[in-house]
Design a protein. Structure first.
Length: 114
């Protein structure tokens, strides 16, 4: 058993606690709302500032992930360094960080992001 739970597992657990008859669970309602909003932010590509191009066309294919740099940096020491000003490449207008990883398959990278 892994010591890490997915965000969906955590929100599911909180849903069951909040919907129980335990009166002490009420404060968890707000935490649960926050986690659901955060999960929605991760799943939507609105207002993203990073495009991560993963894979090689003739192997597993190529997929572009749209992400939020601050979320990536907060959740991963790798991205904290990789998205520092010293390493990043930006789009022509400078608004999007372009990040390319050819040495990992899109399926594996998607698992790593969740």
């Amino acid at each position: 058993m892994s010591c890490f739970a997915s965000l969906e597992d955590i929100t599911s657990l909180l849903d069951s606690i909040v919907n129980s008859t335990d009166k002490n669970a009420l404060p968890l309602k707000y935490l649960n709302k926050f986690l659901n909003d955060f999960k929605s932010l991760l799943n939507k590509s609105d207002y993203y500032d990073v495009e991560i191009k993963v894979g090689v066309e003739d192997q597993d294919g190529v997929k572009i992930f749209k992400a939020h740099s601050n979320v990536l940096k907060a959740r991963s020491s790798y991205f904290k360094v990789a998205l520092s000003n010293d390493w990043i490449k930006r789009s022509e207008d400078g608004s999007i960080v372009l990040f390319e990883k050819k040495n990992i398959s899109p399926k594996i990278f998607e698992v790593l992001l969740t």
